[in-house]
Design a protein around this ligand. Structure first.
Ligand SMILES: Cc1ncc(COP(=O)(O)O)c(C=O)c1O
Length: 384
């Protein structure tokens, strides 16, 4: 992704899409259609295309059009949460279908796959998502219907080669879906690299202000599988509410600025902690010694994201104690907001978590990076 393309995306986001103007009032900001239903025409038709609030709402079409354009996709649907978006992809498969997924991924979805989806009948092979050969070896031609990846992936930030995963999936006749929540379309465009579906927890960077729970899917093509996903959104009642959709569009206007700042600050923090007496390790794809750095450098452009993890010398107790001493960072789960968050990830994920017990996950916001470093330094130092 070259610089000119990145600039185009920043402009597109700032204008909330293609510069929509209300034809009736010339307002530059779309209205919120707080309606559940629509008048039927006297000849019994619904000529506007709108009939009821569960299948669609015109408010949602604005962030959907913007995200489809940012991702270079053919269509987008917004969902009530990232989980509603992700699970709709799996529910569009059929019981008995084989799926390949990474063993390091957003823990909530991994748990759902291991429990609900397995009970429902999906056969899921969990593999090392950073190992393209392992993905290629796990797909079963004719049987595997979906390869799911997340890159960079929670909470240790392994990087998956999207183009290689797409090639492996397609060779077996499967689709590739990418959870691109952490990369955002500012840094990575999975569809250009061969992905069929891109998923976002729009709760995170897309909205960016920790005040909306939302999800989105973007499709490379509007095919029968995509129609099935749309049917599932309607049938399961998983659409995003119009008020949240409106807030999401407002948040997305500053996406490029926020992501650029978060990336720069995260890189500064990673460099600071890479050689820090109280830190046993820094996990950040932007560091040259990160195992996924070369692939990340190839498929991410403009930065390596605002997420990193630090491993605290002294182990789990020292990590939890350091998190307890922060004053500026917010000790909270989630990521991608303007305020920086810190959390002891193993405590969140519980038994079976691949998060090392000494790991603190950092979501770097847009505060002054010096303030963020000073606060972490004092939190780490005062453990004497
Ligand atoms: C990478 C990733 N994917 C998916 C989700 C699920 O999104 P939501 O919480 O909006 O349902 C999360 C939430 O933390 C996430 O971090």
């Amino acid at each position: 992704m070259d610089q000119a393309k990145r600039r185009q995306r920043a402009t597109l986001a700032a204008q909330g899409g293609s510069g929509w103007i209300d034809p009736a009032t010339k307002a530059i900001i779309p209205p919120i259609y707080l309606t559940t239903t629509y008048i039927r025409d006297t000849d019994n038709q619904y000529r506007t295309g709108y009939s009821y609030g569960r299948p669609h709402n015109p408010t949602n079409e604005h962030p959907e059009a913007l995200l489809a354009a940012l991702e270079g996709g053919a269509a987008c649907l917004t969902f009530a949460s990232g989980m509603a978006a992700a699970t709709s992809v799996f529910l569009a498969l059929k019981p008995g279908d084989h799926v390949v997924a990474p063993n390091i991924m957003y823990w909530g979805l991994r748990k759902w796959l291991q429990s609900y989806a397995a009970d429902w009948g999906l056969a899921i092979a969990f593999v090392d998502g950073a190992d393209s050969a392992a993905i290629a070896a796990a797909v079963q031609p004719g049987r595997t219907k979906l390869v799911w990846i997340e890159t960079p992936a929670n909470p240790t930030w392994p990087v998956t080669d999207i183009a290689a995963a797409a090639a492996a999936a397609h060779k077996a006749g499967a689709l590739l879906a990418v959870d691109s929540t952490v990369a955002t379309p500012i840094l990575t465009r999975p569809i250009e690299l061969g992905a069929d579906i891109v998923m976002h927890s729009a709760t995170k960077y897309l909205n960016g202000h920790s005040d909306v729970v939302a999800g989105a899917l973007v499709a490379a093509r509007q095919d029968a599988f995509w129609e099935r996903i749309a049917m599932i959104r309607t049938g399961n009642g998983a659409i995003l509410g119009p008020l949240e959709a409106w807030l999401l569009l407002r948040g997305m206007r500053t996406l490029a600025l926020r992501v650029e700042r978060a990336c720069r600050s995260a890189a500064t923090l990673a460099a600071h902690f890479a050689d820090h007496p109280r830190i046993a390790g820094v996990l950040y794809p932007g560091l040259p010694f990160h195992p996924g750095h070369a692939i990340a450098a190839r498929q991410m452009s403009g930065g390596f994201g605002g997420m990193l993890s630090i491993r605290v010398a002294g182990g789990e107790d020292a990590a939890i104690a350091a998190a307890a001493r922060v004053e500026l960072w917010k000790r909270a789960t989630s990521l991608g907001g303007v305020e920086s968050l810190i959390e002891h990830r193993a405590s969140v994920e519980g038994a079976g978590s691949p998060a090392p017990p000494d790991l603190l996950r950092l979501s770097v916001g847009i505060e002054d990076p010096g303030d963020l470093i000073d606060d972490l330094d004092q939190a780490l130092a005062s453990g004497n």
